[in-house]
Design a protein around this ligand. Structure first.
Ligand code: IPE
Ligand code: IPE
Ligand code: MG
Length: 243
């Protein structure tokens, strides 16, 4: 069915739960960290693919507030990988005009990591291309709570719009499309507030295997959705005919 409600079939903002790195590695009898390493490669390809297709905002879930519960060697491996990826990838992101934001609770991160995140943000702040939000030590419940705490601190009334403007992704519109790779059909405490009206797309494809063809499949599925935002199909058809 045609997407009658939208002027464009392309999502402005795509959010991704990049899941399945561990299973990708296990199938190859490799350590889990090898899957995470391949996951970084897949992310690099996906950033390029989204930018080439004209997506304005890409938000990825890289480390959840619950991922601290993993074995300590995997957690430290992921932290190390993040540090290395920053050093290696930021020059390329700069060249590609991408604006980088890190979203999540930074207090739990090491001093060095916090500095590296801020530096990468500052380095790319002047770019005018696609916005890339990397959710790192992020949880949707944390986000709602920190937004409410900020309002309470200012003595501001807690309204929907005030909360929305205090949330960690207030600098971008809400995601139009939420993709989760790896076969699980759950949100895992990702963007609980912001995905209120996102189209959900679940694929069995493991994140390291998520290539341009898989991205195009997700985009085709999105283009086939009718986004009604509470209205009826007939109302949408009338608006489209009038516009
Ligand atoms: C997602 O892949 C990456 C992170 C959570 C950091 P997983 O590591 O969860 O991969 P699976 O789900 O075990 O296959
Ligand atoms: C979600 O994946 C978090 C990230 C992709 C960073 P998980 O693999 O941690 O999710 P659960 O635990 O299976 O729900
Ligand atoms: Mg997983």
């Amino acid at each position: 069915m045609a997407n009658a409600s939208s002027s464009s079939d392309l999502p402005r903002h795509i959010a991704i739960v990049m899941d399945g790195n561990g299973r990708w590695a296990r199938r190859r009898l490799l350590p889990r960290i090898a899957g995470h390493r391949q996951g970084v490669e897949s992310l690099r390809r996906c950033i390029r693919g989204c930018a080439e297709r004209g997506v304005q905002v890409l938000t990825v879930f890289a480390f959840s507030s619950e991922n601290w519960n993993r074995p300590s060697d995997e957690v430290s491996g992921l932290m190390e990988l993040m540090g290395k990826a920053l050093v290696r990838e930021v020059p390329e992101l700069l060249r590609a005009g991408i604006r980088l934001h890190f979203v999540g609770e930074r207090r739990a991160l090491s001093e060095g990591m916090r500095r590296a995140l801020s530096q990468a943000e500052a380095d790319t702040a002047g770019n005018a291309g696609m916005v890339l939000n990397v959710c790192f030590n992020y949880g949707g419940r944390w986000d709602i709570a920190q937004a409410a705490a900020r309002l309470a601190e200012r003595g501001a009334p807690i309204t929907e719009s005030a909360l929305a403007s205090a949330m960690a992704l207030a600098h971008v519109p809400d995601p139009d499309l939420l993709i989760r790779t790896g076969g699980e059909q759950r949100i895992s405490n990702f963007l609980l507030w912001q995905c209120a009206y996102s189209e959900l797309y679940f694929t069995d494809c493991l994140w390291p295997d998520f290539d341009d063809a898989a991205l195009d499949e997700a985009l085709a599925a999105f283009a086939g959705r009718e986004r009604r935002f509470g209205r009826t199909s007939e109302q949408l058809a009338r608006t489209a005919a009038a516009g």
